[in-house]
Ligand binder design. Sequence first.
Ligand code: THU
Length: 141
Amino acid sequence: MDSPSASSDLSELPDEFKALVEQATAARELAYAPYSDFRVGAALLTADGKTFTGCNVENASYGLSICAERTAICKAVSEGHKKFRAIAVAASPLASPCGACRQFIVEFGKDITVITFDPAAPGPVKVWTSEELIPDSFSFE
Ligand code: THU
């Protein structure tokens, strides 16, 4: 079972993370999830204060589906951003990032704040660092 470093309430988040939560909620509306019907949105905050959003994009060949978190990260990296402060993930019911996404997030830093929440039940949020979600992650170092 996941052990978030902090189970918190939306109202207790710093303002910049509240904004991130709103952007992830909006991104979730764009999810393409006709197979699972499980819609996920993500919003990624860069070190210089920009936000990149993402949603899950599924495929009839199920294994090709991509998660919201990785969509957001690929958008940011392909636009020249590699330093990230936080990522918010919207799913209902609340879901923490899958293993592939954890490895993908930690690639860009061990101290990225990961926030998950359920936009249909706003209130409780879970907060971790990227390293807490995937200790001893793979790297070449
Ligand atoms: N999904 C995400 O977008 N992020 C995760 O971290 C977990 C799962 C998506 C993938 C798939 O489209 C749907 O949720 C059901 O697994």
